[in-house]
Design a protein. Structure first.
Lengths: 339, 339
DNA sequence: GTGAAAGCGCTAACAC
DNA sequence: GTGTTAGCGCTTTCAC
């Protein structure tokens, strides 16, 4: 950026050739005298020439950069996804700009706006928990900017998506709870409009039904605030006239909060209540008792999302959005009873 | 990027004014008829005009983007730093491109190269554990590209730095171990060339000395591979003829590994051996026993690094690199004996 | 207050 | 095979 950066013009001048020859040599294009090419390359090396990507980008109308928006960078799940994206992108000569929405729709919108202004070639987005309108996403599609939604997706938008099989994960988890003898199983989920929360809820209710267990509405919670609402959900479950013997939680952080509440009330886990989370945060294997959870392949989600984007870049014209569903795995640890 | 993006030329045409007037109105420059300005702004709004930052960047020779390179994105410490950087940057109208070196010098170099090619305004870098030559950093300084090193820094480079007071942290930790009655205290560190590892070592040795405890070379380990070497260090400590009664570890992951080894050998923590880590990973408060550790303000490091960069952007001319040293805090938990 | 024009560094016709 | 030229979309002199 500074002064002093060498340009192809400098090279051309010193070599007594035209800038187009230099340009061609650099990109080792079709027709250029091997001898001259060699000289150009050597001089470029010697002068530490670095192509100005900003200029290139303006000219070729693409940036080889992709934008990613996540709710919060320093949640292990998201940083793992980002790690996966970055690694995949790097090997395909792409850079990545990151933003975090901090669970705010407004920030999410301005993030996207900023990325678009920077003309990223595509956007990989995981929605904020607050996001319940999708105009800003639709606007991207209308501009034919490739979008891949991951993890926190919505059915309202016709874009590429990569998710894990939340329904199956929740179903397996619930099924397991039933196998271990639980019959009064509660679900503490997220906001109603959150796709993953609904899928998990559905997996849970389907498993109950398959096993002839009636769904109890008092056992289902939709938490908007993943802090306070979770606390009060846990409280309610304890003070209700029917006590659950197991709880399926939206994710590990929720599960851990619930565990803390229970511990402080001397409720034994898993003897009194079994608890299952979702995600497999690194904490979960170390907490006491270690948390049974449904693991999601975070890095893989990132890689697949990036790959999906690259595919779309190729086909562009007749592109049909796809949804990749990745498998989950039930990790049985010590927060649930044994069979 | 796509077709269809509105340009100032489109606005000018529709409004029957020149593009320079539009440009001025948009950036609400000095002299422009308020009436016309209003029209421009309205039309821009209506047509969803978005300035092409790539073109702007080329013209004004800066990108309002900063590049960050960390060893691994999905380590909690680094993702927290990134989060801090991103948040600070966003409020100052900066974007951020991220890369991870995966602890490889070669990748670190190509990351930096890529970011420079994209003409980021500055670089915030935490060095890979493999990095023991600094030409690639010096090259940046020579090109007068602002660089801020954080956490994993080196004394060999004359750039802005933000670190935590590792010496003091290690010193406080060692001091505390001594207070609790430990006399045979070992240190398991990282590669010799790693600044933070050395600082911590120094804090440790100084504390020993202050308390009249002789330094035992058999009690100091430099691990290059933070996995295998740590294991064998733990093994050695157990099988040596003098057994330590406490271990200060380079960081929490190292401490946790050591704990696992000890647990598998039925060594009681802290009764047989006290253990202290560094960083305060989220795991550390949940592990059994919870880990006494020296916490570092990760977000704050990110914010300060970003702030330092912005400062440097302003002064540019007569700039003197500074090193910000942030305070650490000893978090006493249950992996150490009580006083 | 406004427009014409130059140019940021590069690519890609288009001629020769 | 090589040079000339015209932009990419924007900012910023410089005249008027």
């Amino acid at each position: 950026m500074k002064n002093a950066q060498v340009t192809i013009r400098d090279l051309a001048l010193k070599l007594g050739v035209s800038i187009s020859t230099v340009s061609r040599a650099l990109r080792n294009a079709s027709n250029v005298d091997p001898e001259k090419k060699k000289h150009v390359l050597e001089l470029a090396e010697k002068l530490h020439y670095q192509p100005n990507r900003v200029a290139q980008n303006l000219r070729i109308k693409r940036t080889n950069t992709l934008g990613v928006v996540v709710p919060q960078i320093n949640l292990h799940f998201f940083s793992s996804v980002i790690s996966g994206i970055q690694e995949y992108a790097a090997t395909h000569n792409y850079g990545v700009m990151i933003c975090q929405s901090l669970e705010s729709l407004e920030i999410e919108q301005s993030n996207i706006q900023m990325l678009v202004a920077n003309r990223v070639d595509g956007l990989l987005i995981s929605l904020s928990s607050e996001t319940d309108s999708y105009d800003h996403l639709q606007a991207l599609l209308d501009k034919r900017i490739p979008v891949v939604l991951f993890d926190r997706v919505t059915e309202s938008v016709h874009a590429n998506k990569v998710i894990v099989d939340d329904h199956d994960g929740a179903s397996k988890a619930t099924e397991y709870l039933i196998q271990t003898g639980c019959r009064n199983i509660a679900y503490i989920g997220g906001p109603e409009h959150l796709y993953i929360s609904n899928q998990r809820l559905k997996g849970y209710t389907d498993a109950l039904q398959r096993n002839g267990i009636a769904l109890d509405d008092d056992f289902v919670f939709h938490c908007h605030d993943l802090k306070n609402d979770v606390m009060s959900a846990a409280d309610q479950l304890l003070s209700g006239n029917k006590r659950p013997d197991a709880i399926l939680c939206l994710n590990d952080p929720v599960a851990i909060q619930v565990m803390q509440v229970f511990k402080s009330r001397n409720i034994r886990i898993p003897d009194d209540i079994s608890i299952i989370g979702f995600t497999d945060e690194p904490v979960s294997q170390f907490i006491e008792p270690s948390l049974t959870t449904v693991s999601q392949p975070a890095d893989e989600i990132g890689r697949v999302a990036a790959a999906l984007f690259l595919e779309q870049m190729d086909q562009k014209d007749d592109f049909k959005p796809v949804t990749k569903v990745l498998a989950t795995e039930l990790l049985i640890r010590n927060s649930t009873r044994i069979i």
